[in-house]
Design a protein around this ligand. Structure first.
Ligand code: MN
Length: 432
């Protein structure tokens, strides 16, 4: 079970003044990890921790005479590492010790403030890289609302497959085309079958969509199946993931082996990984209706029911060539997930499958129960039948060239400090 500690104290403030702004995503209670470099200096990428509008440079911090320097040296085999894989592989007690040292070093009144001030770089002056070398990427399908909405379009008579409520469904994706927020990618081309046609055509996708997912970074790996009660010890943290999807390519190719080129042309993640420890105040009970199949024993534990879900608010918006201001599309919460993160880990490894530090899971499109909580355009526009009207009067059925999709997420509740995920942004360029 998760426990709160001094790092979650909502009264904590930081000597980095911007971290004390009520609406910052990165107060001292968050402390997410990422990989950055100073844009002008073009120096090597290195590990940083977001604090307010700044980034604490951990490699620079190791060169100070502070308790934090010792904690970083103890947590990182290589302080100059260019990915988080090493830290991820060390496991939960190391992550927790480092978080505590960061919290103590960055809080108001810390004796280490003067030594560390020069280690904080403005986020405005940095570029972010993928936080980890992602060996394997698995995409789940954990929203029953999304699965039902999509299933209705493809199979109106039987939207949910008979296995859905028993098995956390997923497929092995590709990691090579995962990019970090800010990426611009070309509209994919491929084979599609026009309505009523008997032979496919080849050309740019005309039904390009986004999927709002939660990304799950694996920490320590495994040599044996991971019991459900230990599953979350193997999760380093969460980020936001856009699993861009070409619906017309998908419809033609997906049977019999599932998603392929409709998905692997681009996937975008937010650069900061919010640790599961930072999310502890925002855990909530997991719900499974009595009338539904109950989880098999290997997917069941008291902690799953008590606090298996993460109450993370998810908001999608769109800016276009005509409107650079972001226009809201939808809002929901990750707490509606039909399967928990721990169940995904336990299920993925139950057959002996190995997970490695830095592996990434997608939750699947995180749609909520109502139509305005849909995590993809295809649900909002009912498969293409009903265009969606944006706040500037433009309509969209699917994405157009020049469109930028922005995901944001945050957690808030009484008695806890609000924390956020930053953003996950990507732009569609014309087909090559
Ligand atoms: Mn997906």
């Amino acid at each position: 079970m998760t426990t709160l500690n001094e790092t979650h104290d909502p009264a904590l403030q930081s000597w980095v003044a911007s971290a004390n702004a009520p609406d910052t995503d990165f107060p001292i209670q968050n402390l997410p990890f990422g990989v950055f470099r100073r844009r002008e200096a073009m120096d090597a990428f290195r590990i940083g921790v977001a604090i307010g509008d700044g980034v604490l440079d951990l490699a620079a911090a190791t060169k100070t005479s502070t308790a934090l320097a010792q904690a970083v040296a103890a947590a990182l085999d290589d302080p100059a590492a260019t990915t988080l894989n090493g830290l991820m592989g060390r496991g939960k007690s190391t992550w927790s010790a480092l978080r505590l040292a960061l919290s103590r070093a960055l809080r108001n009144g810390s004796a280490e403030a003067s030594a560390l001030e020069a280690c904080v770089v403005a986020q405005a002056d940095v570029e972010m890289a993928l936080p980890a070398r992602i060996g394997d990427y698995t995409d789940f399908y954990a929203s029953v609302y999304h699965a039902t909405n999509i299933g209705k379009l493809f199979r109106p008579d039987a939207p949910l497959m008979p296995n859905y409520k028993w098995v956390p469904i997923g497929y092995h994706g590709r990691s090579s085309t995962i990019g970090v927020s800010g990426e611009r990618f070309h509209r994919p081309v491929g084979q599609t079958l026009p309505p009523g046609a008997t032979e496919p055509i080849f050309g740019p996708s005309e039904r390009l969509d986004y999927e709002f997912e939660v990304g799950i970074f694996i920490g320590a790996g495994n040599d044996a199946p991971i019991p459900i009660a230990e599953a979350e010890d193997h999760v380093f943290g969460l980020c936001l993931l856009n699993d861009w999807s070409a619906r017309d390519i998908q419809a033609w190719e997906y049977q019999p082996l599932g998603p392929f080129l409709a998905k692997n042309f681009a996937s975008t993640i937010s650069p900061w990984i919010v640790t599961t420890e930072a999310l502890a105040p925002f855990r909530t009970s997991w719900q499974r209706p009595d009338s539904d199949p109950q989880p098999l024993p290997y997917l069941d534990a008291p902690s799953v029911w008590a606090e298996g879900a993460f109450d993370v608010q998810l908001e999608a918006s769109l800016s276009t060539v005509k409107s650079l201001a972001a226009m809201k599309l939808t809002r929901t919460s990750f707490r509606h997930s039909y399967w928990t993160v721990g169940q995904m880990v336990a299920h993925h490894t139950v057959n002996g499958c190995r997970l490695m530090p830095g592996d990434l899971f997608g939750s699947g499109t995180a749609s909520g129960p109502t139509s305005d909580e849909a995590g993809a355009l295809i649900e909002l526009v009912e498969g293409g039948k009903k265009p969606f009207t944006l706040s500037n009067g433009e309509t969209r059925t699917f994405l157009e060239d020049g469109d930028t999709v922005v995901f944001k997420a945050w957690c808030e509740k009484a008695g806890a400090r609000r924390i956020g995920f930053g953003e996950c942004r990507g732009t569609v360029l014309p087909a090559r």
